[in-house]
Design a protein around this ligand. Structure first.
Ligand code: GDP
Ligand code: MG
Length: 298
């Protein structure tokens, strides 16, 4: 009874190789779509905060771009962002996609986090598609190399064992009143969410390499009260003329599909009618241009 009077709050940074399910887990814990998800690596580009509000705790979950080889300046910014939020958080939640053993990338990250001295929780994700004997082997290996870490096997996708994960995280946070308004679930503006949702549909629709050099910039976001509508106009910024052609597709079919999917999802998230206009623009070199990256929020 005593413990329930204490309120705790703090930042918990999600870390882990790309594609292990960090953004999926964030959305599940928050109970809202906060971060976009795709089967491709490097979908997440910026630091996104999802807010979990419970009577006894407010957990500010920070989704980060994964750590990876920085090839472009955009990539460099992504890795810097991930490092910075690690250093600023109370608890680090490392997500590992469990195969039959740990990968080198997982070990390097766990080493880095362990050295930082932050309390460490390891979520072993995707247990829904993992043979039991692999699970047991990986838990044993982790327990041996990181005896002080909490290890929680989960399936973010199937919502398995997520309450247990919360139960483990909460006591690691400092006593504190809520740090953000308790009726909010993210630090992103609706404008940012709109750009991200369009980007997600591009990741899902386009061939391998194109999404990585594509950005979305919302140019207009306006309420039309008399029609109970929000009018959003966004530019899809690509690196090459050939990418522009593919993004638009024959008779504009591809762009139309991306636009329809993004609009439907945005209407669900924002809870109102949306008019979404997309256009595609070529900006050679945006991905390495410091000024442009800054304008785009990186
Ligand atoms: P991130 O790069 O770490 O943010 O990973 P995402 O959240 O974008 O997820 C990458 C892919 O893994 C997506 O296709 C997800 O649907 C999938 N995924 C995430 N969690 C699970 C899980 O628990 N089980 C399975 N089978 N797939 C998952
Ligand atoms: Mg992600």
């Amino acid at each position: 009874m005593e413990a329930s009077k204490t309120h705790r709050a703090g930042f918990v940074t999600l870390a882990g190789r790309t594609n292990v399910g960090k953004s999926t887990l964030l959305n599940r814990l928050v109970g809202q779509k906060v971060a976009i998800v795709s089967p491709r690596p490097q979908t997440t580009r910026r630091r996104i905060v999802g807010i979990v509000n419970e009577p006894d705790a407010q957990i500010l979950l920070v989704d980060t771009p994964g750590f990876h080889e920085p090839r472009s300046r955009l990539n460099q910014r992504m890795v810097e962002t991930a490092r910075r939020s690690l250093s600023e958080s109370e608890v680090v939640l490392v997500v590992i996609e469990a195969g039959s053993q740990l990968l080198e990338g997982d070990r390097a990250l766990l080493d880095e986090v362990a050295r930082s001295g932050h309390p460490l929780v390891i979520a072993l994700n995707k247990i829904d598609k993992m043979p039991r004997e692999h699970l047991i082997a990986v838990v044993a290996e982790l327990g041996q190399t990181l005896p002080s870490a909490e290890i929680v096997p989960i399936s973010a996708l199937k919502r398995e064992n997520l309450p247990e994960l919360m139960r483990v995280i909460k006591p690691l946070l400092p006593e504190s009143p809520p740090l953000m308004p308790q009726d909010e679930y993210t630090d992103q503006t609706e404008r940012m969410i709109a750009a991200e949702v369009v980007r997600e549909k591009i990741f899902l629709a386009m061939r391998q390499e194109i999404p990585f050099s594509t950005a979305v910039e919302v140019e207009q976001f306006a309420e039309v009260p008399e029609r109970e509508l929000t009018r959003i106009s966004a530019a899809i910024i690509v690196e090459r003329d050939s990418h522009k052609g593919m993004m638009i597709g024959a008779r504009g079919q591809q762009l139309k599909l991306i636009g329809t999917k993004a609009r439907l999802e945005l209407e669900r998230i924002l809870g109102r009618h949306i008019f979404l206009e997309l256009n595609v623009r070529v900006e050679k070199g945006w991905i390495d241009d410091p000024r442009r990256l800054k304008e785009l929020g990186f």
